[in-house]
Structures are given as structure tokens and as C-alpha cells.
Design a protein around this ligand. Sequence first.
Ligand code: DC
Length: 222
Amino acid sequence: MSIVIAVDGTAASGKGTLAKMLARHFGFAHLDSGALYRLTALAVLEAQGDPASEADALKGAQTLDFNRAGDPAIRSDIVGKASSQVAAIPAVRDALLAFQRDFLTRPPGGSPGAVMDGRDIGTVICPTATAKLYIDASPEVRARRRWTELKNMNIRRAEQDVLAELNARDAADKSRPVSPLKQAPDADLLDTTDLGIDAAFAAALALVSSKVEGALKDRHRG
Ligand code: DC
């Protein structure tokens, strides 16, 4: 394994943005593992399959096109809901495991480390991560952020509906039997409810930097 920063947390908590900023700061590779589940869901929906069907979802995971990770289509709320459904299917999680572990073992570009954000990075994908963060914020603040994000994509939604969907998705992600969203015992909690992005990044950096700098020094020595 390389040096790994695991960033888990609830939907729209800011974990993706923080993970990207941490990766840039340390010169590490970044993987948004949620995109893998979203791409799986997109493949299922485009094939007119059922995201709750194990056979359809597994086929989606096996045929997902990683080149479309930047496609705005994966950010829609329909794909978001379907991604939570496919993510609850153990065969899908198994199919996506090797990709994630390979990324952490050999980060692209020969980078000494990787930052991965998701729901089970510190608990299942990489329990030995160098540093672990669990990002959360109040549901109302997260709903407002997601609503703004959708508005910027010209998707007009009632904020109450966004809040209801977010709560439903968190409940599903936390209660599924396989790899549920939960804070790893050794993860540091960062609540971004009252923090702008710069303050949240400063707080995240303060939590991980001594561990990451220590691991980088060990590498140079070793
Ligand atoms: O982070 P996101 O909203 O893009 O994730 C989409 C869905 O994928 C989310 O509802 C739960 C699932 N997911 C997961 O189960 N495990 C991960 N490591 C990442 C995402």
C-alpha cells in the first residue's frame, strides 16, 4: 500500500471537495469511489436494467466506462438514487474492490500516496490507511449544498425534496448489511456544518498532516 488518506462521510458533506484539495496539497492521486457506483448505476439505467437486480447491477459494474467519470450525467439525482441501490448489492461491491485496492497499491502517475473518498474506505477498502477522516454536516446544510450544486447544473428542485432524498440515501447507506456507512473507530470526525470550504480544508489538513508527513519521512528514510 502507498500512503493513504481515507475520506468517508455522508452525502454532500464536502468529502469529495476536501479529498481533492488534500490530494492536490500532498501531490497524491485522488479517486472518488462514489463515481464507480454512479457509473455502475448509469450503465444499468442506460441498458434499461433494474438497479435493484443483482444480475443487472453486476453487469453494470463489469461494463462501466471509467472514461465517463467526468460526465455530468452521473451527478443527476436519478443516478444518485440508483447508485445507492447498486451499492447495497455485495456482488457489485466485490466487483469494484480490486480496482480500488489497485489504485491504492499503485497510485497512478507513480505518486507516493492516494486520497480516496467514499463510504467504506477507512472501514473496508483500506482499514490500515495512514489517516482517516469522517466528514459530516447537518442534513439541512448538506441539502442546501446539494440544491445549489443542482441549480448550477440547471436542475431546479424544491429544497425540501432534496433534503428528503438525502435523508433517504443516508439511511439506506447506513443501514445496508454490507459495508454500511459508519465512522471507523480510528477516524477523525470533521463536522463542516459551520465551516466554509477554506476553513474545512484547514481543519482537515490539521487532522491528517502529522500522520502523512511522518509517513512521507519514513518513506524517504526507508
Ligand atoms: O459519494 P456519492 O454520493 O457519489 O456516492 C454515490 C452512492 O454510492 C452512495 O449513495 C453510496 C455509494 N457508495 C458506496 O456505497 N461506497 C463508496 N465507497 C462510495 C459510494
